[in-house]
Design a protein around this ligand. Structure first.
Ligand SMILES: Cc1cc2nc3c(=O)[nH]c(=O)nc-3n(C[C@H](O)[C@H](O)[C@H](O)COP(=O)(O)OP(=O)(O)OC[C@H]3O[C@@H](n4cnc5c(N)ncnc54)[C@H](O)[C@@H]3O)c2cc1C
Ligand code: FES
Length: 297
């Protein structure tokens, strides 16, 4: 990686020695809620009360979820870091383990390990404006920084959330959107294709971002704004280019890169891009680092 011209402090990285420690917990799936035809929300509670009390994570980190006899896979923690007692994972049914999970009910015992990886520096964004952009399943990791910002709303300037999904029936956490709006934020939702009854916007997330970027003073936007972007690679490229063209420095744009992972602990070499392991050096990177990782997006 070349030297960072902005000289900013690199994102917090889990100490390598911590990957040697086994942060594994026995846990129970206490509730399962269907959100769409393919995604469910799982509330998961660590069994041991002391371990439960001591479990802390930061917005953007992930856990490895193990279903005994079926497998283990990484999932972003989608709930607020301040929520005590359980964590929430939103899981899309995609293959062996996630299809199995889509059929289970509450009461199933699982293992969770973690939290792993880097996080969004949401606390460091205090006093600044925050722009949170999600495409598709990207709203899942984004929900955690969203909750953090809303819970501490008075510490931030202007807050805008932009969320694009394929269809209205794919929208996640729609039941919370009205309550988010009560925190004096801008919330723009857009879908690629309308369905019957949809009265919202139709188009690409870049259209609502374009409107936002036309508002206000360019120099002030560049100085005061931090952006968090979660979504498919094609969205990163377009959205991040627009933010850069609007003057936002690369080190104020944060993205979550979800490569295929196996161990989640920096041991198996499945997730690396060159010498960078996305499971321990990421999944959250600033955009300057992303552009220095070949084939990252
Ligand atoms: C850091 C991180 C956070 C994640 N967070 C979430 C989350 O919050 N919610 C969620 O639903 N999923 C998330 N994923 C993806 C999730 O881990 C995979 O969907 C899961 O491993 C699939 O397991 P499976 O046994 O059901 O599928 P498999 O049977 O192993 O595979 C089914 C299909 O999914 C593909 N696949 C597996 N892993 C990935 C991946 N990482 N990216 C793209 N395609 C993949 C496989 O190639 C295959 O085509 C995350 C992945 C990472 C790396
Ligand atoms: S997933 Fe094994 S090294 Fe990253």
């Amino acid at each position: 990686m070349t030297e960072n011209p902005f000289g900013h402090t690199p994102l917090p990285r889990k100490d390598q020695s911590q990957s040697e420690i086994n942060f594994s917990y026995k846990a129970e799936i206490t509730n399962v809620y269907a959100l769409t035809a393919t995604e469910k929300l799982y509330q998961i509670q660590i069994i041991d009360p002391v371990e439960r009390h001591n479990f802390h994570f930061k917005a953007g980190q992930f856990v490895m979820l193990e279903v005994p006899g079926i497998g283990e896979a990484p999932f972003s923690i989608s709930s607020s870091p301040s929520r005590r007692g359980d964590i929430e994972l939103c899981i899309r049914s995609a293959g062996t383990m996630t299809n199995f999970l889509s059929r289970i009910e509450r009461g199933v015992m699982v293992g969770i390990s973690g939290p792993f990886g880097t996080w969004f520096p949401v606390e460091e964004m205090a006093n600044d404006d925050v722009l949170l952009l999600a495409g598709g399943l990207g709203i899942v990791p984004l929900r955690s920084p969203i909750m953090t910002v809303l819970e501490n709303r008075s510490r931030y300037g202007r807050v805008d959330i932009m969320y694009g999904a394929r269809r209205p029936s794919d929208l996640l956490f729609g039941y919370q959107h009205d309550s988010w709006k009560q925190f004096d934020i801008g919330l723009d939702v857009i879908v690629d294709e309308a369905e019957e009854g949809w009265q919202g916007a139709v188009g690409m997330i870049t259209e609502i971002l374009g409107k936002r970027l036309q508002q206000g003073d360019r120099a002030q936007f560049a100085e005061k704004t931090n952006a968090i972007v979660c979504g498919p690679p094609v969205m990163f490229r377009f959205v991040c280019d627009m933010l850069l063209n609007a003057g936002l420095p690369m080190e104020k744009i944060f993205v979550s890169l979800e490569r295929r992972m196996h161990c989640g602990r920096g041991k198996c070499c499945r997730c690396n891009i060159g010498s960078t392991y996305t499971c321990v050096d990421g999944p959250v990177f600033d955009y300057w680092s992303v552009l220095n990782l070949k084939e990252s997006i």
